[in-house]
Design a protein around this ligand. Sequence first.
Ligand code: FAD
Length: 364
Amino acid sequence: MEKMIETEILVVGGGPAGASAARYLAKGGKDTILIQRHLAFKKPCGGGLRMDAFETFELDHDLIQKRVNTITLVYKDKRVLVDISHAPLAIVDRVAFDTALREKAVQAGAQLYEARWIDCEIFDTHIVSKIKQADRYVFVRSRYLIAADGVNSKIRQRINKDHVPSLLTCYADIHSQSYDTCAFHFGSKVAGQYYAWAFPHAQGANIGTVVGCETTLTQLKAQLHIDTPTKNRGYAIPEFENNLFYKNRVFFVGDSASQVLPFTFEGIYYAMASAKILADVVSEDQAPKEYEKRWNEHYAKVFMTLRRLQKIFLYNDFMIAIMMRLFKHRYIQKQMVELWRGKRDVTLDFGFFIRVLKRLLLRD
Ligand SMILES: Cc1cc2nc3c(=O)[nH]c(=O)nc-3n(C[C@H](O)[C@H](O)[C@H](O)COP(=O)(O)OP(=O)(O)OC[C@H]3O[C@@H](n4cnc5c(N)ncnc54)[C@H](O)[C@@H]3O)c2cc1C
């Protein structure tokens, strides 16, 4: 006979969202099981994480492989350096980082299994999931299921009958290269209406483009003067659309819920921060809709603003050229860094943007 395990909450996916959800749920006194398909899985990722996350989520600073104090914006032959030394970026290795997050969950009291979620059946008061552990099937009966199974979420496909809206990135690790700035490359040639990147990585450097086609990556390599062959890979990244928070006893968090910041495409921080909000709501036995309400209170404004800015400034090469000129102004740099850090009191002075724009256009 197949085995049945009981728990209050089953969390599927041991990346930043799932590991953090399990950690804070266990801390909040909830009986929690966390399952992760392969414990050695390396999530394709630049590993860039805002430094204040280490304080917010009480993470060990030994996980920081590199520290980045400037970002560089590049469009054709134009370059703008933005000093972020007051709000630096950390570069982490995703295997070590995700492992450490899962260890935190276990220390807090969650049970961790290497297992794969297969399917579920939903009842009025509970949900029964079928998981595969090694070569045997196990059933888990829980009050709630948390889908933290990433951008290719099987749970989302099963429960909501759709896929996470996403873009296909194309990227490559370059072990022989090392950068000390995170460079964002713009323009239709290398990045379409998004950006391409050249970042320091845990081992060497990582380059890629959000419009995931090999031709644009080749153009980026030419722009970066990289003439060695690279092993190019593709992986989806969520777009902030059709957000899904809760349905039929299932909560969605992280990539499965599209909680990736528009424009910058940062997902690690928001996966953890959203997981904390979700765990608080569940631990306090609040109604499920409270999760969406609290998330919106915290992040809707910054997500919507960055999505709007992305649509305006990355619309075409003309607008990118304007953005580059705007970014030369220290005031704009400061405002954008504050906005990026989620300072909720920040109000973008659109009047200032218009005045600078007018001046630029009249001068041309
Ligand atoms: C090329 C690329 C570069 C990126 N660079 C950055 C960056 O520099 N900074 C940043 O902040 N974000 C970056 N991101 C985004 C970031 O990687 C994600 O937003 C973040 O990992 C989301 O965390 P998550 O826990 O929701 O999902 P994931 O990290 O994808 O974790 C999901 C986990 O669920 C597991 N899983 C899946 N299905 C099952 C199943 N059926 N059963 C059990 N387990 C399952 C997976 O193995 C995985 O470990 C990048 C993304 C890409 C594609």
